[in-house]
Design a protein around this ligand. Structure first.
Ligand code: SF4
Length: 354
């Protein structure tokens, strides 16, 4: 397969017991069937211990967290007992992979780092320039069977590339609204089963002209407000009490939500665009995914006011853990964005464009 990664990807190494947080608490670990088979056959006390900690959730084999939320194999030094005994190969796929993510598209595999790990977030948010992407051929990795529609893939990829280039420079708010406009138009053509028109749209997309149109469109709309965004976050599944307290204490600007450092916002936007937009090649939810990216930026702006860089990184890690890493939350948000409601493109435009 062809493997694509952002330039900072090889810089990541887990800092284990030096980690200011841990990825082994606060959520269930799903054990893949191959690891489950190995653990069920493992002899000795560790095998016994693993088997007694295995549970089931909606058909998935999981490690049931302890009452304090910690993984049953996380010891008092914040190290993993399974890894200590069996080495990295002994881990299940979730633990072996984290915080890396993998998205496969036919013969192309895209990999990146997740913002929910403090060490990965440090790398992503502090590398001096925006990442380029490296491509390598790995013939030993064979593609799985998949139902990817080639026409839709190339159309969504063209949109994603355009969004990556538009959000890499210039005014962040304008770039976000241009990206939303492009995704709205392309989404429509993809739903009409005309992916070639979506691809052509990217080639002829004139930012100045399109921005004027978008400004005119959202001029009289009711802006998406901070109260709606935090209210939405409060309605999601909340993993940690500290996150609930953060949401409850947030001070809400009445009108325009002030932006944060553009360099910080750009890095987050680029990562989310790289990670999520191309998934629309499978499910067609291009516009909803772009709205998720705008929603994330607004959420971080609201919650990040007045924070120094380090606290902002912690906020980003927590946002990623609470919102992005919970499938249930992501699905709930995407459905909301598909319905429109408070989250129309005009409402985003009225908030983001002067
Ligand atoms: S959160 Fe990241 S750095 Fe911390 S223990 Fe997990 S993988 Fe390692």
């Amino acid at each position: 397969m062809k493997v694509i990664t952002p330039d900072y990807y090889p810089l990541f190494h887990c800092i284990a017991s030096d980690c200011p947080d841990t990825c082994c608490a606060g959520w269930e670990v799903v054990v893949d069937p191959e690891a489950e088979k190995r653990y069920r056959a493992l002899a000795g006390p560790l095998g016994e211990r693993i088997r007694t900690s295995m549970g089931e959730d909606e058909g998935d084999c999981i490690f049931t967290p302890k009452e304090d939320g910690r993984c049953p194999f996380l010891n008092k030094h914040n190290l993993c007992d399974i890894q200590a005994a069996l080495g990295e190969e002994g881990l299940c796929r979730t633990c072996h992979l984290y915080p890396r993510f993998i998205n496969d598209f036919g013969g192309t595999r895209e990999m990146g780092l997740s913002l929910s790990c403090p060490e990965a977030a440090q790398i992503i948010l502090t590398t001096p320039s925006l990442p380029g992407f490296s491509e390598e051929n790995h013939p030993e990795i064979l593609p799985d069977l998949n139902d990817l529609d080639a026409g839709r893939y190339f159309a969504v990829k063209a949109v994603r590339d355009k969004v990556l280039s538009m959000t890499a420079e210039g005014d962040v708010d304008e770039a976000l609204m241009l990206s939303l406009r492009l995704c709205r138009k392309a989404d429509h053509r993809i739903q009409e089963d005309e992916p070639e028109k979506a691809e052509a749209l990217c080639e002829n997309f004139d930012p100045l002209h399109q921005l004027e149109k978008e400004k005119a469109r959202s001029e009289k709309a009711k802006p998406l407000c901070a109260e709606t965004v935090t209210g939405e976050l409060m309605e999601l599944l909340i993993l940690r009490d500290s996150w609930r307290a953060k949401l409850e204490k947030a001070s809400l600007p009445e009108a325009k939500i002030p932006p944060l450092d553009p360099g910080y916002e750009r890095r987050i936007i680029q990562l989310l665009v790289f990670r999520y937009l191309l998934k629309a090649a499978y499910d067609g939810r291009l516009l909803a995914r772009m709205k998720f990216i705008l929603f994330s930026v607004l959420s971080l702006r609201i919650l990040g006011q007045g924070l120094n860089q380090e606290s902002l990184r912690t906020l980003t890690v927590n946002y990623s853990r609470e919102v992005e890493h919970c499938e249930e939350n992501m699905e709930k948000l995407l459905r909301k964005f598909e319905k429109g409601g408070h989250y129309t493109a005009k409402a985003f435009g009225a908030q983001l464009l002067p």
